[in-house]
Design a binder for this molecule. Structure first.
Ligand code: KIV
Ligand code: NA
Length: 279
């Protein structure tokens, strides 16, 4: 498979072929996503929860993101990689944001960065873009701002709120973003916004009218314990947690009963050596 570049993504967009994106947070999760043919791999700050066990994304540091980005980059041969700028690493000034973005590229070894926010982030997106670093914007529901939004709420449900989503989309496009994530927006609003733009929208909980889709890998694989809350938009394509649990339980049982290791898992030596050794 040929490496996906920014030109590949633009060409998919022109052909109206949906762009596929999934998150990854380490070498194996990136390896399988790359093998499965994803166009884009996002090292999302959702790794705070799914890989580090944190409450939400507000705790994760740029340094921690860099470690995960590096391991994802090592596994990714073809997909276009995006590193998520975590909360606190880009809001202070466009200069702070560019400094963080450069670290993402140089140390994290990814090809582009993502940051949350609409028109208010336009100068920041412009600053990073002008330095030659592609920026994926993220509007609609922006999880890093959950405390200000009053939780994880669908955005764009009223006329005023839908207009805000459109304004944000146009602003981040004008600032130079190469594409944008549209999260938790009614399908009609996302479709209309997508039509108004000349860059791709990557939807998550934004219906079928976007230019592409993204999902959190552990969610779509079912790689989490029973009882976890899943947003409405997640389709669970697998049941990895149950499979892993069943396998580990069987291993436990077989060790306890001495069924494992069996002869075929054991290194042989010659009989004479054994009898000599036993003397
Ligand atoms: O952190 C993340 O996984 C994300 C995607 C859900 C877009 O930002
Ligand atoms: Na994120």
């Amino acid at each position: 498979r040929k490496p996906v570049t920014i030109n590949t993504l633009q060409s998919l967009y022109r052909k109206n072929e949906p762009i596929t994106m999934i998150t990854a947070h380490d070498f194996p999760s990136a390896h399988v996503a790359d093998h499965a043919g994803m166009d884009m791999i996002l090292v999302g700050d959702s790794l705070a929860m799914v890989a580090l066990g944190m409450e939400d994304t507000s705790e994760v540091l740029l340094e921690e993101m860099l470690l995960h980005c590096k391991s994802v980059a090592r596994a990714t041969k073809a997909a276009f990689t995006v590193g998520d700028l975590p909360m606190g690493s880009y809001e202070i000034s466009p200069e702070q944001a560019l400094t963080s973005a450069i670290r993402m590229i140089k140390t994290g070894r990814v090809k582009s960065v993502k940051l949350e926010g609409g028109s208010e982030m336009a100068p920041t997106i412009a600053k990073i873009t002008q330095a030659g670093i592609p920026v994926l914007a993220h509007i609609g529901l922006t999880p890093q701002r959950q405390n200000a939004l009053g939780g994880f709420r669908v955005q764009g449900k009223s006329t005023a709120s839908a207009m805000k989503v459109l304004e944000d989309a146009l602003a981040v496009q004008a600032a130079g973003a190469f594409a944008m994530v549209l999260e938790a927006v009614p399908a009609e609003v996302a479709a209309l916004v997508t039509k108004e733009l000349s860059i791709p929208t990557i939807g998550i909980g934004a219906g079928n009218g976007c230019s592409g889709q993204v999902l959190v890998q552990v969610d779509m694989l079912g790689n989490f314990p029973p009882g976890r809350f899943l947003p409405k938009f997640v389709k669970q394509y697998g049941n990895l947690w149950s499979e892993a649990e069943a396998a580990i339980e069987q291993y436990r049982t077989e060790v306890k009963s001495r069924a494992y290791p069996a002869v075929e898992h054991t290194y042989p030596i010659a009989k004479e050596v054994v009898s000599e050794f036993e003397k």
